[in-house]
Design a protein around this ligand. Structure first.
Ligand code: GSH
Length: 236
C-alpha cells in the first residue's frame, strides 16, 4: 500500500492520476496547507521540504521497509520504475520523457507558482512581477504547443509521466483552444482518460475547506504559507 500525502493542487493531482493509471492502491492523507498541516516534524521526516505531494511506499521493490519519496517528478519516476509502465522502454524516448518531465518541474511549476503568488496573494500589486511571471508562463505554453505540433505526446508516440506532469489540469481555459490547437488536442484527449478522471476525483476526498482559491488569507494562514511559521518549520 502507498500513502499519498495530498493537497488539492496540480502538483499533488499528478500523483493521484499516476497512481490511478498504474492501478496502485493508495491511502490518501489530506493536508490543509493554509492551516499549516505541512509544517509538522512528522511530515518533515517524509518530506524535508515540507510541501505536498509526498508518498510513502510500504512495499518498495527493493525491500528494506517503507520508502518515502518527495518532489512530484521524483514520485512519478519512482512509480513508473516500480511498475515498468508510463516511461518508454526505448532509451532515446525515455531520455526525451525525462527531459520534458524536468522541463515541467524546473519551469512551469516555479513560474506558475510565482504568477499565482503575485496575482492572488501579494498584499500589494507588483505589476513588474505579474508581468514577468505571466509572460514567462505564456512563453512556456508556446514551447509546449510547438512540441505537441511535432509529436502526439511529449515523449513521442507514447503517453508517459511527462504528459501527466505537464497536463495543465484545470488551468487550460477553453478560450485558448484556438491559439494553442495542439495543446488543446493533447489536453482534451488526456482529460478523457478514465484514470485521469479518477485521479482528479481525489480532490473529493479532501474536506472542501482545504481547497485553494482564496485570495484573502488570515494573518495565521499568511504566516503558514509565506511568513514566520513557514520559516520556523525548517529552522536548524
Ligand atoms: N516542486 C514541488 C512543489 C511542491 C509544492 O509547492 N507544493 C505546494 C502545494 S502545490 C505546497 O505544499 N505548498 C505548501 C507550502 O508552501 O507551505 C513538487 O513538484 O512536488
Amino acid at each position: 500500500m502507498i500513502d499519498l500525502h495530498f493537497t488539492p493542487t496540480p502538483n499533488a493531482q499528478r500523483v493521484s492520476i499516476a497512481l490511478e493509471e498504474l492501478e496502485l492502491p493508495y491511502n490518501l492523507i489530506a493536508y490543509d496547507i493554509f492551516e499549516g498541516h505541512q509544517h509538522t516534524a512528522e511530515f518533515g521526516r517524509i518530506n524535508p521540504n515540507h510541501k505536498l505531494p509526498a508518498i510513502v511506499d510500504h512495499d518498495p521493490p527493493f525491500g528494506g521497509g517503507p520508502h518515502a519519496v518527495f518532489e512530484s517528478a521524483a514520485i512519478l519516476q519512482y512509480l513508473a520504475e516500480k511498475t515498468g509502465r508510463l516511461l518508454p522502454a526505448d532509451p532515446r524516448a525515455r531520455s526525451v520523457a525525462i527531459q520534458w518531465l524536468t522541463w515541467q518541474v524546473a519551469n512551469v511549476g516555479p513560474m506558475g507558482g510565482q504568477a499565482a503568488h503575485f496575482t492572488r496573494y501579494a498584499p500589494e500589486p507588483v505589476p513588474y512581477a505579474i508581468e514577468r511571471y505571466t509572460k514567462e508562463l505564456a512563453r512556456l505554453l508556446t514551447i509546449l504547443e510547438r512540441r505537441l505540433g511535432e509529436a502526439r505526446y511529449l515523449a513521442g508516440d507514447e503517453y508517459s509521466i511527462a504528459d501527466i506532469a505537464a497536463w495543465p489540469g484545470r488551468w487550460m481555459p477553453a478560450e485558448q483552444a484556438e491559439q494553442y490547437p495542439n495543446t488543446w488536442r493533447w489536453f482534451s484527449e488526456i482529460a478523457e482518460r478514465p484514470a485521469v478522471k479518477r485521479g482528479r476525483e481525489a480532490d473529493m476526498a479532501v474536506p472542501a475547506k482545504y481547497m485553494q482559491r482564496k485570495a484573502t488569507l488570515s494573518a495565521d494562514q499568511w504566516s503558514n504559507l509565506f511568513g514566520e511559521t513557514m520559516l520556523n518549520a525548517v529552522k536548524l
